[in-house]
Design a protein around this ligand. Structure first.
Ligand code: NAP
Length: 248
C-alpha cells in the first residue's frame, strides 16, 4: 500500500468505533491522520495510537456542525501536516424513534450532524484538494440509507442524503481528479452506536445477512483504505456496501 504514503487524511468522529479503526488502518498504510470529535481527549487517544505506526497525527475537539470550528481545524491540519488529501466523513449519531414519537429536535440534530456535518467538512477541504488536483472524499453512510429502517427515519434520511450529496460532489469535482465515494456498512457491533441494541434487534438483523455474521470495524476500514488509495483512481460516485450481502 505504498501509494498512500505522504498523504494526509482527516477522519471525523475518529475518537472511537469505526472512525478510530479507519484512522489506524490509514496510519498503517503510511498516511498522516488528523482526527476530530467533540470529545477532544478521546480524539487525542486515537492520535496517540496513530503515531505508534510511525506517522504524524493531530487531534482537536471539533463539532462538525460548526463551520467555524471545521474551518479552523482544516487550516491547522493544512499548516501542520499538509494537504489534506483525504477526508473521511464518518462522524454520525442516532436519535431513534418511530415517526409519531420522533421529536423535531431529534430530526434536526441527526440531519445537522450526519448530513450538514459532511457538507461543512467537504466544503472546507475542497479548495486545497482542487488546488492540488487530487483528493479522496469518502462518506460513511449505512445500509439503512439504502433500504430504510423502521424507527430510524431521521437517520435513514441523513444517510440516504449523504449518498445523493456525495454523488453530486463526485460530478462537480471529477475534473480535478478528486473522487467522492460512499462506504455503507451493515451491522458492526460494539461501537458507540450499536453497543446498546437489544439482543432481539440484533438477531433479527443477522437473519438478513447472507454471510451470517456481523461485520468488524477493520473490514469497514479496509474498504475505506482502498477507496482512499491510488488503486481506486477510476472509481467515483459509487456506494460500496460492506454488509455481508444484506443489500445485494
Ligand atoms: P460511534 O462509536 O458512536 O462513533 C461516532 C463518532 O462520531 C464519535 O467519534 C463521536 O465523537 C463523533 N461525533 C458525533 N457527533 C459529532 C459531531 N457533532 N462532531 C464531531 N464528531 C461527532 O459510532 P460508530 O458505530 O463508530 O459509527 C461511525 C459511523 O459509521 C457513523 O456515521 C455511523 O452512522 C456509521 N455506521 C455505523 C454502523 C455500525 O453498525 N456501527 C453501521 C452503519 C453505519 P463525539 O461524541 O466525541 O463527538
Amino acid at each position: 500500500m505504498t501509494e498512500l504514503k505522504a498523504k494526509v487524511a482527516i477522519v471525523t468522529g475518529g475518537s472511537r468505533g469505526l472512525g478510530r479503526a479507519i484512522a489506524l488502518r490509514l496510519a498503517a498504510d503510511g498516511v498522516d491522520v488528523a482526527v476530530c470529535a467533540r470529545n477532544g481527549e478521546a480524539a487525542a487517544e486515537t492520535a496517540a495510537l496513530v503515531e505508534q505506526s510511525g506517522v504524524r497525527s493531530l487531534s482537536r475537539s471539533v463539532d462538525v456542525t460548526d463551520a467555524e470550528q471545521v474551518g479552523a481545524f482544516v487550516k491547522q491540519v493544512s499548516e501542520t501536516l499538509g494537504g489534506p488529501d483525504i477526508l473521511i466523513n464518518n462522524a454520525g449519531i442516532t436519535r431513534d424513534n418511530l415517526l409519531m414519537r420522533m421529536k423535531e429536535e431529534d430530526w434536526d440534530t441527526v440531519l445537522e450532524t450526519n448530513l450538514k456535518g459532511a457538507f461543512t467538512c467537504a466544503k472546507a477541504v475542497a479548495r486545497p484538494m482542487m488546488k492540488a488536483r487530487f483528493g479522496r472524499i469518502i462518506g460513511i453512510s449505512s445500509v439503512v440509507g439504502i433500504v430504510g429502517n423502521a424507527g430510524q427515519a431521521n437517520y435513514a434520511a441523513s444517510k440516504a442524503g449523504l449518498i445523493g450529496f456525495s454523488k453530486s460532489l463526485a460530478r462537480e469535482l471529477a475534473s480535478r481528479s478528486i473522487t467522492v465515494n460512499i462506504v455503507a456498512p451493515g451491522f458492526v457491533p460494539d461501537t458507540g452506536m450499536t453497543g446498546d441494541l437489544p439482543e432481539a434487534a440484533v438477531e433479527s438483523m443477522m437473519s438478513n445477512v447472507p454471510l451470517g455474521r456481523s461485520g468488524t470495524p477493520e473490514e469497514v476500514a479496509d474498504a475505506v483504505a482502498f477507496l482512499a488509495s491510488d488503486r481506486s483512481a477510476y472509481i467515483t460516485g459509487q456506494v460500496l456496501a460492506v454488509d455481508g450481502g444484506m443489500t445485494m
